[in-house]
Design a protein around this ligand. Structure first.
Ligand code: URA
Length: 441
């Protein structure tokens, strides 16, 4: 087999065989296929597409490019969730404890922040002492004992994806359904859970800007997961504004704790319950959406989900007293209100700009080596559909560095678009994709 011929085949719009796709993925991973040939191939995929069978073959070749986690030492049906990336998205911190409190094992691998989007691992590390590096045995033992553990992605999980993603990032070949779907699903399948619930984000803070695009991507991912024997669901959710009212690591942890106490914002609770619902259904812990929702809300009412969060934080070396007393999280030295210069309805929030504002304040990484400031971030006072009067604050910045605050303030102000016309608050959960089809809400 020659890479040249396979590039030509895809350039002509023909479908590749499983063997040909394995040849490409293995060759690129082991270095025998150079970047320039892989770039040409990826561009041919972007222009000509791949059919579902090719997409599944590509995904599985990427899964087998590295370690595949064997979760069989963990009893029961394991459930996982994955977000395609968002701003203010702290649902894992809520969903994990709720689902685990109901006895469903959650053995999860999470990521750090990427670009303007935040990552669960960075949020969890706001707890002093918290560690995401557990041995395989500790990981299995923790999930068997208390149904919840979250670790960082191991270096050798889907290494083909790591290499391909880096190349796609710089060759304008990120935006193809088959490439995005195989990238996400290869990592989820290699991570070993039986039930995969995807949170596919739509809007200005997401990869997919329209509901139609998100639905297309969700369908491909659900078909891939189902095709390889995993119960797969995709919730379509709005990322046209940040989720909840806080963006920034420890601020988001505090908001997650409030939500587990029953004091969280409605959109965050709705998102979390919706994702957790499909984890319960997939794991057979509930047989209807209504039953699942009742069970999940029960874990908030009886305090078992909050207790589970504390137990999990402690088991991974973190200081669980912060769960019971969130005022222990350090406060920033400065706060600054973003005052509206006019009256109007909030018509749009450029969500990626809010994510970048948090990063500029020090809440994310400018370079791989950057140290995160866990305490900085943003309090969103006004969301889409809200009315704001001249002189009222749209949002508050929390910072520790005057220069960074100066750089962040105009970014945040520019993220808001006001309108004199009344604007409807958007629905947060917009639809669900299962193997049986799409349901829009
Ligand atoms: N997230 C991923 O992991 N891969 C993509 O291609 C896009 C988003």
């Amino acid at each position: 087999m020659r890479m040249y011929d396979l590039i030509t085949k895809k350039k002509n719009g023909d479908a590749l065989t499983k063997e040909e796709i394995s040849f490409i993925v293995n060759g690129f991973t082991n270095g025998s296929i150079p970047d320039y040939q892989m770039s040409a191939f990826l561009m041919a995929v972007c222009l000509k597409g791949m059919n579902l069978e090719e997409t599944i073959d590509l995904t599985m070749a990427m899964v087998h490019s590295g370690d595949v986690l064997d979760l069989s030492p963990i009893a029961g049906k394991k459930a996982d969730k994955h977000s395609t990336g968002g701003v203010g998205d702290k649902t894992s911190l809520i969903v994990g404890p709720m689902v685990a409190a109901l006895g469903v094992p959650v053995a999860k691998m999470s990521g750090r922040g990427l670009g303007h989007t935040g990552g669960t691992i960075d949020k969890l590390e706001s707890f002093p002492g918290f560690s995401v590096s557990l041995s395989d045995q500790e990981f299995f033992d923790n999930v068997n004992r208390m149904k919840l553990a979250i670790i960082g992605q191991t270096a050798n999980l889907a290494p083909a994806d790591k290499k391909m993603y880096a190349l796609r990032d710089v060759t304008a070949t990120v935006n193809n359904y088959s490439l995005i779907a195989s990238s996400i699903m290869s990592k989820k399948i290699a991570a070993g859970s039986d039930v995969i619930v995807l949170d596919v984000k739509v809007g200005s803070g997401a990869f997919m800007k329209t509901l139609e695009e998100a639905e297309e991507l969700a369908k491909v991912m659900v078909q891939i997961g189902t095709g390889v024997g995993r119960e797969t669901y995709a919730v379509l959710s709005d990322m046209g504004q940040p989720l909840g009212n806080y963006v920034g690591n420890s601020l988001e942890v505090r908001e997650a704790i409030d939500t587990l106490k029953g004091d969280g914002p409605a959109d965050l609770l709705e998102a979390s319950v919706s994702l957790a619902t499909y984890m319960l259904l997939g794991a057979g812990r509930a047989t209807s959406v209504d039953e699942a929702e009742k069970l999940l809300l029960g874990t908030i009412e009886d305090g078992s989900a909050l207790k589970k969060l504390a137990e999990f934080v402690e088991a991974q070396g973190g200081d669980a007293s912060y769960v019971w007393n969130p005022d222990k999280f350090p406060r920033t030295e400065f706060i600054e209100e973003m005052i509206s210069a006019e009256d109007g309805y909030v018509a749009e929030i450029l969500t990626d700009e809010i994510g970048m504002t948090s990063l500029v304040l020090g809440g994310g990484r400018e370079t791989k080596e950057s140290e995160i400031d866990y305490s900085v971030g943003i309090r969103i006072w006004k969301k889409v559909g809200d009315y704001v009067r001249k002189g009222e604050s749209l949002a508050r910045l929390y910072g520790n560095d005057v220069a960074k605050l100066k750089a962040a303030a105009p970014r945040l102000m520019n993220a808001y678009r006001l309108s004199s016309e009344r604007v409807e608050a958007p629905k947060h959960v917009m639809g669900i994709v299962t193997k049986d089809g799409v349901k829009r809400f």
